[in-house]
Design a protein around this ligand. Sequence first.
Ligand code: AMP
Length: 453
Amino acid sequence: MTDVDFTSFQLHDDIMAGIQAMGYKTPTPIQQQAIPVILENKDLIACAQTGTGKTAAFLLPLLNKISHANHDHTSTLILVPTRELAKQIDDQVEGFAYFVSATSIAIYGGNKGESWDQQKKALTSGADIIIATPGRLIAHMNMGYVKLDKLDYLVLDEADKMLDMGFMDDIVRIVRELPQKRQTLMFSATMPPKIRDLARKLLQEPSEISLAISKPAAGIDQRSYLVYDNQKLPLLQQLIQELEVISMVIFTSRKSAVNDIVKALHKMGHSAEGIMSDRTQEEREATMQGFRNRKFKILVATDILSRGIDVDNISHIINFDVPQDAEDYVHRIGRTARAATTGTAITFISDKEQYRIARIEKLIEKELPKLPLPEGFGPGPEYNAAAKKPMENRNKKRRNSDTKKNATGKTNSEQNHSRARAPKEKKPVDNQRPIAPAKPRIKPNTDTAPSSE
Ligand code: AMP
């Protein structure tokens, strides 16, 4: 596999120029496997997590086909769970589209009339590629001007997340409007039975690619500490002092904890900002831009960001708490060591969170090294591999989306942080960066207006 390079796919020259401009030298494993299948017009179900290069794995062959087909209609629909992902994919299309003749539009929920109108305009004029969150697309479809009857390619990206977020019915409703004869590609970080069911419904004799399932990239040095809640901030302080941090993302499941952590970091003398979905879109974009441009070193974020942050050289990830879903652990730590670099991911495990570790270790198929607390910290909790969910958590309603999770399933300590009820946080934040060096945009009608689903 290592011998494969991009020339072996026999892509058009313009696509090759785009690949070169993006600085991609060697196709990643998912690209090596998926690109030939997609070029052969086969349906595909691929198990690949974010950070593996999966976006280019479907964009490159699709752009190769689209940009030379002279379609007069929208040929490609990419359904995604979150607006971050929609924007991120749109950014990648833009990166390639500097060389390739294709237009795209990101359609995701919004609160501003102007973004709706821009989306409507772009949908009416027929962009080559629509990248959409299901709910928002349906809202436009209900207005009658979305024409998908000639669609050639359907991509479901992060299908597991879409189902987790309750988009199943929307997906089925959208697919009903599409031609039967089309190529369908489904990407999912995990392959639970519900994903297989969906695949059976939507795909025809698909090729199947399964990369090491949901294992974090090999370049990530994973560690953890067993701590009591009141030891977390002091430990964070000590680690930041000891580690050579280029840039760090600190994840917490609790939106309400973001500000507390940022304030504590400021007190420690570190430059840090928090990002949450109840900030305005402009504020969130400014925060992400500041982080990318290294205006501050530490970003504190909720899980909602775990799949979307695509920033180079994040040297350290801190899981300030243990994510509720094992998959979220993989996504969080996947923000570092992207595209085969290296990074360190450190998880703080409180006594009340220990029960989540077994599932994570099962998923990543390895034991998380549990390091002794630094000198002077006193003892942390003992590790109990068979720990059960604390009683006070058991009856709490479990919900699925990242956002919803923030307001539910809290441990006692979490509740301490979130006395003020989580404000209504519906939507994810934006966190994309253009992955190629800044290039002029080709698309006249694309919607970059901030919005939320
Ligand atoms: P993804 O898994 O699609 O989110 O991609 C993760 C990151 O890897 C993105 O920043 C991509 O631009 C980058 N990437 C994708 N393919 C390659 C490649 N072949 N070589 C280097 N970087 C890549």
